[in-house]
Design a protein around this ligand. Sequence first.
Ligand SMILES: Cc1cc2nc3c(=O)[nH]c(=O)nc-3n(C[C@H](O)[C@H](O)[C@H](O)COP(=O)(O)OP(=O)(O)OC[C@H]3O[C@@H](n4cnc5c(N)ncnc54)[C@H](O)[C@@H]3O)c2cc1C
Length: 457
Amino acid sequence: MKEYDVIIVGAGPGGIFSAYELAKLAPELKIGVFEAGNALDKRKCPIDGVKVKSCVGCKPCSIMNGFGGAGAFSDGKYNITNQFGGTLFEYIGKNEAIELMRYVDEINLSHGGEGTKLYSTANTKIKKLCLENDLHLLDASVRHLGTDVNYIVLEQIYAELKDKVEFFFLAPVEKVEMTADGYEISVKGEKYRGKKCIISVGRSGSKWMETVCRDLEIPTKSNRVDIGVRVELPAEVFSHLTDELYESKIVYRTAKYGDLVRTFCMNPKGAVVNENTNGIVTVNGHSYEDPERQTENTNFALLVAKHFSEPFKDSNGYGESIARLSNMLGGGVIVQRFGDLITGHRSTQSRINEAFITPTLNATPGDLSLVMPKRILDGIIEMIYKLDKIAPGTANDDTLLYGVEVKFYNMEVEIDGNLETLHKGLFIIGDGSGITHSLSHASASGVHVARYIAGAG
Ligand SMILES: Cc1cc2nc3c(=O)[nH]c(=O)nc-3n(C[C@H](O)[C@H](O)[C@H](O)COP(=O)(O)OP(=O)(O)OC[C@H]3O[C@@H](n4cnc5c(N)ncnc54)[C@H](O)[C@@H]3O)c2cc1C
């Protein structure tokens, strides 16, 4: 049986940054990283828009699993802020959280990210424009690596780590058990032991995480899911915001129900893509830094936050059911013109073809009102009219809405300020812990734990 000082489960940003910092601060430690997906160069989604047009459910999914995690083909937006992207600051303090996010940014810059732009909301006039229209712009600095540069950064970090850390790919960890002096994991019939164990399995590992918490009696809570659509419109409509801020996180409280709706994951000149979480196809978006690969459209999500109270506990199950409904009606993601939604018509392929915008994702034309709960759809429509005030053209008939976009939140795991569970030496970090929901927060949580283990934190 192979023995390690530290076993890391998952090679997404959380796992990678804990390995990186441990290898740097404590090179004497023997570290094993176990990843359910492929090595970076073997990650290839078969959707090519020609032979394979939509998700065929590969196992493991190359978009969500493998070195780089769910972030590998993402837009590579590293938001340096405590205002969104997770609640890491509640565990480690606001200053440290920001300091760690800046540190992660430095590492990215020194591994191929140099020359990319850091945008900021500081002193922007857009904030006032938003306030005048009952909208609230959240504060952040955002480094946009772009999908292409993000990949280069991952390549360089892997090249640096591969001789210092032992990587196991296509190695899904099935079980984590406690031993007298650490943890034992089972992978495809083999067992490996570690004195310490860091679990960083992201959103794709959420179901597995639940079983680990159940087996090891780690308390959890879960009560939130965000449901909405991805909006796609001509890049010019949002260019005054995206040129200055790249991404703007704008929050609105609906007049009708008092629900919070927010913009999320803005991709100027980007593309809308499928996302497969545990077999359910939802929608997401990304964009390239390289102008040659950019499109004429900007996309972003509009999400309504749904919090549930007792006795209902399965908020993710609720989100999944809505996504399943869209998969059932559309065979995947549904697209509808805003004008069709407002006039109560199903969008058809001919109406989509006649529109003054070319969709970047091949989705099934349909009717989102047959899929989304009224309360959520009403909130999205209200928000689109509000955004039209600061970005005229948003409420155009041809604006495309792709549904559904769901942000599943992993159940929140009970951990302390070191991100350690009630079991000494067992750490749960990144999106799998339920306390981070972004590249920057997940990466920062990895550095935090590594510094603690190496005795420097
Ligand atoms: C298309 C897309 C675009 C995105 N764009 C952005 C963006 O621009 N900015 C941003 O901040 N966030 C973005 N996100 C979210 C971001 O990618 C995540 O917040 C981040 O990757 C979380 O990091 P993580 O390490 O916690 O988890 P993940 O990145 O999900 O990594 C977890 C890893 O663990 C592995 N794993 C799971 N279960 C097991 C197991 N049992 N055994 C072994 N390995 C396992 C998985 O294969 C995966 O590789 C995007 C996500 C997607 C899908």
